[in-house]
Design a protein around this ligand. Structure first.
Ligand SMILES: Cc1cc2nc3c(=O)[nH]c(=O)nc-3n(C[C@H](O)[C@H](O)[C@H](O)COP(=O)(O)OP(=O)(O)OC[C@H]3O[C@@H](n4cnc5c(N)ncnc54)[C@H](O)[C@@H]3O)c2cc1C
Length: 329
């Protein structure tokens, strides 16, 4: 623990916040899909906006580090865990008014997708099967099959320095797997409003089920992983010499999968301890048993080194790191 008295004082103050569930020494492996990660000194969650604001205020007013997590499906947490406060907003209201939906950040993304489909609203069905929460989906502009959640985002309500603010689509500065919230990690998303289009619910359901079938084969629901570890590339951002050697067949919707480059450097089937690269997908690393963050990071570093040596460019992680000194998030 950091300074015992500071941790205890922060704990005492957090415990006094109504509707906030607070615990200590919580193994973060329980909260990550990788099932990897040591203990957090303090873990606190709530579905109540006021309680979350109070908790953030206390965490930020202390000298402790703090982080906010969602469903933990895109996190690599160090084996040593996190010296500080882990906060989670688990509000899960989901509402519809005509073709507008409002989802709290803690709503499971798949529940939001199903909610839209059940109401015959088109625009989220290609996100079927992406794990995690609605809040983190906005934060990282999650997407698949050529579409991202940002295409439907109308407003985002978030916490900034004790104040609740609202951004429209433009202000969110969405790009491929990016938003302004990634540049302002202290801004915490509470909810999002989406605008969808009326469509035939049965057809939307079929699209989602087809996608789920394919996804479940690639990422079995029990697989301990984070989906793709590295971001795909926009063709336009590749060094010209690399773009020129990239076969047209691997380019989809203007993007080149990171898996293509990883495969060229022999990633498939690589192993470090219990961490493996899938033998059918070079960008999919998983914990085959009792894998450690150390082995996971070693394997990631080895893959990055190989791609840099061969192609002269960096593959960049899509996953976010927690509890490491020298790894950016
Ligand atoms: C099997 C599998 C397949 C996947 N496939 C895809 C895919 O096809 N497309 C895709 O885009 N992603 C995919 N992912 C990655 C992952 O599902 C997304 O990144 C997801 O949005 C993460 O949600 P989460 O709630 O688990 O967030 P976490 O992993 O808990 O957190 C991720 C980041 O979001 C931040 N965050 C969380 N909540 C908030 C909030 N309320 N406000 C501000 N910041 C917040 C955290 O600080 C952290 O930096 C996949 C993951 C897995 C395991």
């Amino acid at each position: 623990m950091k300074s015992m008295s500071e941790t205890e004082e922060t704990l005492r103050r957090l415990a006094a916040v109504p509707s906030l569930q607070v615990s200590t020494c919580v193994p973060l492996s329980r909260y990550t899909r990788f099932a990897i990660g040591g203990p957090a000194d303090i873990y606190a969650e709530t579905r109540d906006v006021e309680a979350f604001i109070a908790a953030m205020d206390i965490a930020r007013g202390s000298s402790l580090e703090y982080i906010v997590i969602g469903g933990g499906t895109n996190l690599i947490v160090s084996d040593a865990g996190f010296r500080g406060v882990v906060l989670r907003f688990v509000g899960e209201r989901l509402m519809a008014a005509g073709n507008r939906l409002m989802a709290d950040a803690g709503v499971v993304l798949q529940d939001l997708v199903d909610f839209a489909i059940d109401r015959g609203l088109k625009g989220l069905e290609t996100l079927a099967g992406i794990p995690g929460s609605a809040g983190a989906a906005v934060y990282g502009n999650a997407g698949a099959y050529g579409h991202s959640i940002s295409e439907r985002v109308h407003k985002v309500r978030f916490l900034d320095d004790g104040q609740v603010r609202v951004f429209g689509y433009e202000e969110c500065q969405f790009h491929y797997r990016e938003s302004i919230f990634k540049d302002h990690k202290e801004w915490i998303i509470f909810s999002t409003e989406l605008i969808l289009e009326p469509a035939d619910a049965a057809a939307l359901r079929r699209t989602a089920e087809d996608i789920l079938r394919v996804r479940n084969e690639k990422f079995p629901p029990t697989m301990k992983c984070a989906g793709s570890i590295f971001k795909n590339f926009l063709l336009t951002e590749l060094p010209a010499v690399v773009a020129a050697q990239t076969p047209a067949a691997v380019i989809r919707e203007g993007k080149v999968p990171a898996a293509y480059f990883l495969e060229q450097v022999g990633a498939k089937g690589m192993v470090r301890g219990d961490i493996r690269v899938a033998d059918y997908h070079a960008n999919l690393l998983y914990n085959a048993g009792r894998g450690s963050a150390r082995d996971l990071c070693d394997l990631i570093d080895e893959l990055k080194r190989r791609v840099r040596d061969r192609f002269g460019m960096d593959v960049e992680e899509e996953v976010q790191y927690v509890g490491f000194e020298n790894r950016g998030t």
